[in-house]
Design a protein around this ligand. Structure first.
Ligand code: NDP
Length: 343
């Protein structure tokens, strides 16, 4: 028997949505979360693929999300579109707010989508990619749990705070990057611990604020931002813009509310979109000018961000998504057991 199952995007989406609905999520949330999880699996982003289903179920089991919340859209003739997620997952709130964000950005040149009070587990590239599909540039950001110490500090205070950027390109795929602002994900430190390996220097500090390469001490202490003081400042900016400014949790508040890092986050999200044609003021075609730069980068042999992901997507769409026997067994376990199967 083959230990790999090849499954189509639609079939896997239906399977994941079924698991979520069976566990108690309303059908709209089950569908929106499933589409995000399957997009991650399709793009070989394993850390945001089917592996995340159990965390979504655990969040529900612990009563830290509202499984049938109806996102409420607030829009007027200003540049700010707001979606109150009502404690539900961000995926449906995003789908609710995106059309209004696109419309406001086209009308005004720049607009923002604020999502408040959402449960969040996902990567941010779906946001900026969707906007690039409408010909818009954008940035997206959100806080996380307080597990990262500011550079020069000694205690976890910042989150791993992801930041994404999208730029429309002619052809199949936009220019997109999306990364955590910590030097490494917490899960990666856990993998080093399990493997009995030392961490690279500069990743973490122990609980007394001293540099450490011991993964156990790092997990007990704090991770560090990427890029020294520069990453620390960018991460702080995300706390300010996508936490304090939009009236939502910063990373310490999110951790205090949840009491654990083993379930999906609760906070807000900020997405700012730009219409390149409007901002260029007629000073040349910004997409043509952008292409000159992007092609020059690729022309030097440099890998563009998202290149690996887009290659994986092409393959998944052509041949199907490949899941291991363990992953299929996990899906079956969660389908049958629902919330009782959560470990
Ligand atoms: P990575 O460091 O794996 O990748 C970051 C970006 O850099 C990707 O766009 C990636 O493209 C690109 N990239 C990677 N290697 C290269 C290279 N050699 N040359 C050019 N580009 C490259 O991401 P992180 O581990 O920092 O983050 C992973 C995900 O976790 C993100 O999607 C982030 O949004 C998410 N996250 C979510 C959080 C949340 O609270 N919701 C918290 C923290 C992270 P490619 O994809 O093609 O490899």
């Amino acid at each position: 028997m083959s230990d790999v199952t090849v499954i189509g995007v639609d079939e896997l989406t239906a399977l994941v949505a079924g698991i979520l609905a069976n566990a108690g999520f309303g059908p709209d949330h089950a569908g929106a979360i499933a589409r995000t999880i399957v997009a991650g699996e399709r793009d070989a982003c394993k850390s945001h693929g089917v592996y995340r289903i159990e965390g979504c179920l655990r969040t529900l089991k612990m009563g830290k999300t509202v499984p049938d919340a109806v996102p409420v859209l607030h829009r007027d003739d200003s540049a700010v579109v707001r979606v109150e997620a009502g404690g539900g997952f961000a995926n449906l709130a995003l789908e609710t707010g995106l059309p209004a964000l696109v419309e406001r950005t086209r009308a005004l040149g720049v607009a923002a989508l604020v999502i408040n009070d959402c449960t969040h587990f996902a990567a941010l590239w779906p946001e900026v990619e969707a906007l690039a599909g409408h010909g818009l540039a954008s940035i997206a950001m959100c806080p996380s749990y307080a597990t990262v110490a500011p550079v020069g500090g000694s205690q976890p205070l910042l989150g791993t705070n992801p930041f994404a950027f999208g730029w429309p390109r002619p052809g199949e795929f936009p220019y997109v990057f999306d990364f955590a602002t910590s030097v490494a994900a917490r899960g990666e430190i856990e993998l080093y611990r399990r493997a009995g390996k030392q961490l690279p220097e500069g990743w973490a500090i122990d609980r007394d604020g001293n540099p450490t390469t011991d993964p156990a001490q790092a997990l007990d202490g704090a991770m560090l931002p990427f890029g020294g003081h520069k990453g620390s400042a960018i991460s702080t900016m995300i706390e300010l813009l996508a936490g304090a400014m939009i009236g939502d949790f910063t990373s310490p508040q999110a951790l205090e509310f949840l009491g654990t890092t083993t379930i999906a986050l609760r906070h807000g999200e900020l997405i700012i979109a730009f219409d390149p044609a409007r901002l260029s003021g007629g000073r040349g075609d910004p997409l043509v000018r952008g292409e000159l730069l992007i092609e020059a980068i690729a022309g030097q042999g440099a890998r563009l961000p998202s290149q690996r992901r887009f290659a994986a997507r092409r393959q998944s769409l052509a041949d199907g998504i490949r899941l291991t026997a363990e992953e299929m067994a996990e899906l079956s376990r969660l389908r049958q057991g629902g919330l009782d199967a959560v470990r």
